[in-house]
Design a protein around this ligand. Structure first.
Ligand code: SAM
Length: 356
């Protein structure tokens, strides 16, 4: 698609300066693509500059011409949720529209504040327009809770479904947001841990969910063996599918059951590395993690929540004490950091601890 438009023609060397000035004057046509040839650049305009604007251009650019030229149209940029809703919601409601949402495969999960609840359908439809890859919009109803770490969700727009395929770091994960925990917000952690696993390691993922740590570790490291434990049968069913989907059949071993039982039954002293991603209860499982670590030692990735005024150092202290109760010792903390804010005054942290 092309269009004839008035434009400023300047020498290339003056191109950037001209563009800055034209933008400042509000006369550029951002829907058309800027053109250039060997010597000149052509900046499309929305209108003729008025006398004052021309005077400024004469003063700052010295050498330019105005002419008519045919320009190619830019592809229209997708609108943001806010832009789609402008005119449908009052400015004070637009101001409290959530900026963050989770996109899991083609499902969007949004946290709608109480003041906007009666507009949820409009918001859901707007979200489908703003995110072309989204097919289903779900609203969070409550907090994540229970042993399986699930939350109630309400369908507000699009296809009525809760299952999807989520792609992360070259892996595909079948997810059911209603029956098994999954969070795209931990994507960076999945990659970070997978990238520090060493050749030939045995890993125990104590709270594996649908397998974002386990499957990625096995995909990235051909010589590793990962025991992936979860107490939620739905999570283990999805994990089994994800193992097949990502062709890591012999390297990830799914185990349905309680972490304590699984370690006691078959994982005593097998692990070079243990992943403990059950932040609200991790401290209660430190002894189990220590039992899984090889007698020669290993690394534990410990995820937890801390609430202000608690600090990372407090978390390290608590963790070290829990390890010492098992008769073992933290050799060193390889890393200790905050991953994300999870509530006002609360954040999720991760400690990478080398256990003696
Ligand atoms: C926060 S989710 C983490 C899932 C996964 N690691 C991820 O990053 O998506 C915690 C998982 O631990 C499982 N879980 C809770 N208590 C457990 C226990 N005692 N033994 C084994 N798994 C448990 C839950 O079913 C849930 O899938």
């Amino acid at each position: 698609m092309s269009e004839r438009s008035l434009c400023i023609k300047v020498k290339k060397i003056k191109g950037e300066k001209t563009l800055i000035l034209a933008k400042k004057l509000g006369i550029t046509n951002s829907e058309l693509k800027i053109q250039q040839n060997t010597n000149h650049i052509y900046i499309p305009l929305v209108r003729n500059p008025d006398e004052t604007e021309l005077a400024k251009m004469n003063g700052q650019l010295l050498d330019f011409e105005l002419e008519i030229k045919v320009f190619t149209k830019k592809k229209p940029q997708p609108k943001t949720l806010h832009q789609v809703l402008e005119g449908h919601l009052s400015p004070n409601l637009l101001a409290i529209l959530p900026r963050a949402l989770d996109i899991i495969g083609d499902i969007a999960v949004i946290d709608i504040p109480p003041e906007l609840k009666k507009h949820k359908q409009v918001i859901g439809e707007a979200l489908l327009k703003a995110h072309k890859n989204v097919r289903t919009v779900l609203a969070k109803v409550g907090a994540v809770s229970g042993t399986y770490r699930l939350r109630e969700l309400e369908m507000i727009a699009g296809d009525k479904k809760t299952t999807t395929i989520h792609k992360e770091h070259g892996c595909q994960f079948q997810v059911d947001v209603a029956t098994a925990y999954f969070s795209p917000r931990l994507s960076h952690e999945h990659k970070r841990v997978a990238s520090i696993v060493q050749k030939g390691e045995t890993v125990v993922d104590l709270f594996a969910g649908v397998g974002p740590f386990s499957v990625l570790i096995a995909r990235k490291n051909a010589d590793t063996k990962v025991y992936a434990v979860d107490i939620n049968p739905e999570a283990i069913e999805l994990l089994k599918r994800n193992i097949r989907l990502n062709r890591v059949d012999n390297r990830v071993i799914p185990i349905l059951g309680d972490a304590e039982q699984a370690v006691g039954d078959k994982l005593l002293g097998v692990a070079d590395r243990v992943i403990m991603n059950l932040p609200e209860k991790a401290i209660e499982f430190v002894d189990i993690a220590c039992k899984a670590v090889k007698p020669s030692g290993g690394v534990v990735h410990y995820y937890a929540f801390i609430r202000l005024p608690d600090t990372l150092e407090d978390a390290q202290q608590r963790f070290s004490e829990a390890v010492e109760k098992t008769g073992r010792k933290v050799d060193t903390f390889l890393s200790a950091k905050t991953i994300r804010e999870t509530a006002p005054y609360e954040c999720q942290i991760v400690l990478d601890a080398k256990i003696h």
